[in-house]
Design a protein around this ligand. Sequence first.
Ligand code: ZN
Ligand code: MN
Length: 490
Amino acid sequence: MSNNILEKYPEYEATIGIEVHVQLNTKSKIFCCCPNQVNKKPNHNVCPICAGYPGVLPVLNKEVVNNAILIGLATHSDIASESTFARKHYFYPDLPKNYQITQDDKPICKDGSVTILDEKGEKKTIRLTRIHMEEDAGKNIHSPKTNESFVDLNRTGTPLLEVVTYPDISTAEEARSYLKALRNIVLHLGIGTANMEDGAFRADTNISVRKKGESKLGTRTELKNINSFKFIVDATNYEIERQINVLKQGEKVSQETRSWDTKKKVTSVMRSKEEAADYRYFQEPDLPILEISQSWIDTIKKEIPELPEQKFERLTKTCCLSAYEAQILIDDRELAAYFDEAHTHYQSDNLINWILRNLISYLKELKQDNSELEISSCKIQPKQLAELVQLIDKGTINTKVAQEIFEEIAQTGKNPSDIVKEKGLEQIDSKEELEKIATTIISQNPKQVEAYKAGNERLFGFFIGQAMKASQGKANPKKLNELFKKHLDK
Ligand code: ZN
Ligand code: MN
């Protein structure tokens, strides 16, 4: 089934823009020296600055600026030589100052872009309006049991980068694709965990629909804090369909913030949308204008590692992987590092097959739960897998034996060539030896030979099976095939 609900409503189109809050993994918070870490004891990582005492002064953490420049460069953004901070006013118990320090009209990054693959597998550019720095709020914790509410300020002052797109996204799948691409950039830069479940990568999605051909955009709703890639597709599709049905009934979509109920699989109203003016933005008087020189940008530029886009090019062009294979490696950096190392030892098309089939299914067996696969817990080193594939390619062993050796390496960590020597597993390749095996099997099974020649072709597998058994699985299966054909098919 297609994941695109719009196929059901060909006369409508959707316009989607996404705001993502990326939590940074700097050592300290954005405006004070408190550790930027999870602390299970509530209100422990706090000081007068992040607890919002009157009269204290924020000091900007330079590492946050470095990270903002990094992601700006990685998304082809313009880095502003001057940017400013602003106060965004609102009241909420987890925001003790009653305003958030953020950036308003002069953000650090503008006009960037992220490339995604659309539903046809073609490249599509999603433009970014801006990326800005801001502080996170604390957390309100509600206990329905005791009917009490608590405030934990450990998270206040956690550095965030807010990445905002133009409404360039057209389907739920594209929304997911964009989030994956952005998340991969964050992970490749190493500036955050980008863990969606923990709230370290939070997406707010603005969605509107209109009849095709209309020039004016429809009224949008905002979906708050979707915390998984599956939910983003389900919630976006649901919201698109809900809005289309509202329009079809001749009613108006109302501008509001909605949330996704993961159990009932519906969106519901959280609150009607505040206007931007409600926040009474004004420039933060306690922080100077942030000036960024070209030499500062150039220094950061040197720190940029290989990014997903370049990795894709390298894996598909230099390493000859398919787009599908390359994408799997981009989504899993440990697996990519594993491939890269194995690839330095031995280059073969077979290598990626062994990684994506045998190695991954082995790792899945290791893991009973649904947590991410850990390659580090696997005894098979990249060099050993490369050697194993080389032994297959050279014809030293056949794939059946290779699978046994693979399992033995996983158990013992021994080198494949040592296992081959120890157990005498070299493939039987010599024509004379194979000929001997084949003729023996034929002479030992006259009835089957007769039946085969009479037309029971399925017996061919029987002969191969007998010969493999006689050779303890070591015979070259391809050559055996040819020999039996030669002897039996005349
Ligand atoms: Zn603090
Ligand atoms: Mn924000």
